[in-house]
Design a protein around this ligand. Sequence first.
Ligand SMILES: [Zn+2]
Length: 237
Amino acid sequence: MQLKLLWDIQEIDLSIRGIEGDIINAPLKSGRQEKAEALDALKVERDADEANLKAKQKKLRELEMKTQKAIDDRKQLYEKMYSGKAVNVKELEQQQYRLDQLDSERKMLEDQIIDLLESIEEQEEQLGFLCNRLSRDLADLESTEANLAAELVLLEGKLAELEGRRLIKASEIDSKYLEKYHILAEKHQGRPLARVDNNICGGCRVFISGALRGRLYNPDAMVYCENCGRLLVIIED
Ligand SMILES: [Zn+2]
């Protein structure tokens, strides 16, 4: 009976080790760091694009104000020139020159505005793509994180359940068996017990000698494989 309980403990311990491995190597963990880093890089790119766009919009407002000023100045000058007040020819020439200057200035500003508007439109489109990609990647990462968290909760639950079962089993076993189990477990990579099947050791696949076989039928006797040293147990199916 003690050996059967010890065998159960070994089965539980192997399951615990398996689940601990699953927790460490959860497939959803892979690439998570890279995804988060790529997302951060995208955010930096978006922030730079937004700052760039704002600067262009500020520049646009400046150009619009300058254009308006050129228009106002021209209007004022035009009205002055044609107000009927007599001025000499030289002064009239100077005023006409200034008028032409204001016209070409306005034209130049309007060209700059058109170019800038095109550039702003492109930038907005680019920013739109970037924001879409960012929100898609963010949603992707968040769903990966949520799935991972759910998976880990499940695994932790299984682990707690196994550990509870192990405690109960262990409380039913004499400490001398458990001590031997732990010493042998270190030697045999967590598999200190071997099941005997058709007189063969399940640990090393070597035939059990006739001398040992007789002792094996005492369910509490500690019999060790002469070849690998594992504690032999007979488990009835
Ligand atoms: Zn063996």
